[in-house]
Design a binder for this molecule. Sequence first.
Ligand code: NDP
Length: 280
Amino acid sequence: MAFVIDGKKISAQIKDELKDKVSTLKADGKEICLAVIQVGNDPASTVYVGNKKKACEYIGIKSLAYELPEETTEQELIAIIDKLNADDSVHGILVQLPVPKQINEDHIIQAISPKKDVDGFHPASVGALSIGQKGFVSCTPAGVIQLLKRSNIEIEGKECVVIGRSNIVGKPMSMLLLRENGTITVCHSKTKNLKEVCKRADILIVAIGRPRMIDASYVKPGATVIDVGIHRDENNKLCGDVDYASVEPIAGAITPVPGGVGPMTIAMLMNNCVEAGAVE
Ligand code: NDP
């Protein structure tokens, strides 16, 4: 029986800590403000944006909502970002991805000032992470580190295996684990002997994007297993990249889906906003 890492509880703790910080900043006359831009009305994006607004309300962060039509051009979107970059009362800027296909995502990410890049996707933020300088860190992997630390799971000196090398999860995840002095292996679709590599892990982070693919045969008994994946299965039930029923009996600690990594992403976004506002 594994220790179940409770992402709901840990994310609630973080949000409460942030609420206190925000009220202290408010007492000093400073109001933190996040601008959230959504282009088009993709239903999943609308849900994510709504959740971000709710979290802002709870913590006491002002949120500015920009709901732009599907046919918005790249130039129009960049003009709005430029205005927000220049506005000192705005501390964080978030463009909900994906954007419609007439807009180049990379151009948008690069248009946001690194000082307001609360998603941590700007090349300057990614570069800062890789050379150990201060900068915003992608929220999902930052949330995983918080889950481990707040569950007293030591990273230093541990064999950490990350499955996935995406720019938003796998790569920053591996850099963060390295920063915490773990010994890191990054796996991807061309990795040979994936099972054998995963079985070396004391900490196995799964961000593979394949429902329930990682079963007990990939896991060393007693290992910590962090499941980043989110999917709806054939019965419309949420599940992760890890086959929880198979892995939980042999793991030392495990995150459930839902209620594991998912709630941490927004908590860390809020943390980045507060940091963006507090540094001035
Ligand atoms: P991507 O699809 O961008 O990346 C998946 C990675 O897994 C790639 O590096 C790919 O390798 C690798 N991969 C795919 N198939 C295999 C395989 N058979 N064997 C080994 N490696 C494989 O996904 P993301 O990183 O964006 O997301 C990963 C998961 O996390 C998804 O389920 C997503 O929904 C979820 N997610 C959850 C978030 C949250 O808030 N909880 C936030 C973001 C994502 P290659 O590079 O070679 O193609």
